[in-house]
Design a binder for this molecule. Structure first.
Ligand code: IDP
Ligand code: MG
Length: 175
């Protein structure tokens, strides 16, 4: 009779392992748009990679063409500013990739990963600094606060398009 096979050691502790509990994290969600210039320049993967390896969890993602109506709702706060017509033209000019990222302080972490609005002022190592020159071609959008995120996310995603899941690596990213 074959000897009983010992189960392999658990590779990743899970939340039920009392020796390695994962604090219940306070989760934030933020809307990210990989803008038309980034898509046209073949930077979709590069930009996703930066957010993904930072540790933020991707809970929704799709490619789409933003309609003028949606662009006007999303950028309503900028209506009347001199750059507004150009901004609407830019964001509707070609397909984009939209994502919802989740994690503790996800809004701030995403904004810091993106860099300052104007690429010339963005810190080296950020997406906007590493790939951008002009403010009107700054590659990526990220919600600027919790209220903005709560307003923007439902413009782009239905509730059933936003997934709720845990990664086996979560305890190695979230303390
Ligand atoms: P943010 O994207 O960093 O939150 P906002 O001030 O909310 O920056 O502006 C929204 C977007 O409008 C910017 O990302 C940029 O694409 C565009 N934008 C802002 N200011 C200017 C400008 O002075 N000229 C052209 N485009 C601008
Ligand atoms: Mg903004």
């Amino acid at each position: 009779m074959a000897a009983a096979v010992k189960p392999p050691p658990q590779m990743f502790p899970d939340r039920t392992d009392r020796h390695f509990p994962c604090r219940r994290i306070v989760v934030e969600r933020t809307l990210i748009i990989i803008k038309p210039d980034a898509v046209q320049r073949g930077l979709i993967g590069e930009i996703i990679r930066r957010f993904e390896r930072r540790g933020l969890r991707i809970v929704a993602m799709k490619m789409m063409r933003i309609s003028p109506e949606l662009a006007e709702r999303h950028y309503a706060v900028h209506k009347g500013k001199p750059f507004y017509p150009g901004l609407i033209r830019y964001i509707t000019s070609a397909p984009v990739v939209v994502m919802v990222l989740e994690g503790p302080r996800a809004i701030e972490i995403a904004r810091r990963t993106m860099g300052a609005t104007h690429p010339a002022e963005a810190a080296p190592g950020t997406i906007r600094a590493d790939f951008g020159v002009e403010v009107g071609r700054n590659l990526v959008h990220g919600s600027d606060g919790p209220e903005t995120a709560a307003f923007e996310i439902p413009l782009f995603f239905n509730e059933d398009e936003i997934l709720s899941y845990e990664r086996v690596t979560d305890p190695w990213i979230f303390e």
